[in-house]
Design a protein around this ligand. Sequence first.
Ligand code: SF4
Ligand code: SF4
Length: 341
Amino acid sequence: MDKTIFHRSENFESHATALNVLLNDLAVPYQEGDTVGIKLHWGERGNKSFLPPLYAREIVRWLKGKRINPVICDTSALYSGGRRTGKDSLETAKEHGFDGDYLGCPVIMGDGVDSRDIVEIDARYGHFDVVEVASIIKKIDGFFIFSHFKGHLESGFAGAIKNLSMGFASRAQKQRIHSDAYPILKQGKCAKCGTCADVCPVGAATMAAGEYPEYDLDACIGCAQCIAMCPEVALKIFWSTSESAFQEKLVEAAAAVWKIIGDNTLIVNALIGITKDCDCMTGNNPVIAQDIGFVGGYHPVTVDRESIRLVGEDVFSGAHPGVPWERQFAYAQEIRFIENS
Ligand code: SF4
Ligand code: SF4
């Protein structure tokens, strides 16, 4: 189904109501007694822009009202911080209010607390023959992909496509998706503060006292933490192949996951608190558009495309100039992830 449903809500008081109206408008693909995973991002430790757990609780209530058993899930992150291990990530979830008692359902790691509960699935696309993802996609009956729609340093925007691809990918797969991006230093802007070396999860960014930082591109995993956290905006992304490769890899991983879960999955994007960067980022993350409401539907590409239309293409192009995010939609059509995107 190519249809999307939109409910406007422009202030905090009306958001939960708008979400509930949208939920009741969706055609439900689940059966009574099914277990359904609400896949979301509970925010990196220190991040302030993640969606508050209130909305997840509304989705839990709605599913339970249909005699469906919800679980809230995410996967471990690639970089250091409060979500790299399953144990840390669950602690961060709790700190951010994603607590089983409050939500009314379990909160779990889709790739296990040791990040090793993963499976390889068929992709057979140009970049990936297979992709490695959290095994939960094969263990439960359906999914509810609930995404905070916002900007992103590498993908321009982040919504349902990214939640399905990077969001379900194993740590190794996340690295494979990121592997074309490296930092490049603009020395004139660098204040030699050392933040990039401090945040690098693999020691690829180093700094001798009084010198400019150096980046070991063989060790770099392309996670972009240094670029995002540099207070002087002295780093930009260098793409080792084409800038489009990252966009295409994201789409391939999402399409591979969708082949498995698509028939029993709903998609909802929250177009509220729309920030420049993603909820992995700590520190200042400015809001770049006013609250709009919720978009729901039955295909991630359709829902993301409608979300972009509602927020405005200029917003994302202005926040991340030069990032070829449009490639995600063109490539989704090329690999027949969606027809007539
Ligand atoms: S974080 Fe930015 S300003 Fe600080 S040392 Fe690294 S590149 Fe330079
Ligand atoms: S992108 Fe930056 S932070 Fe990430 S691994 Fe490479 S040098 Fe380190």
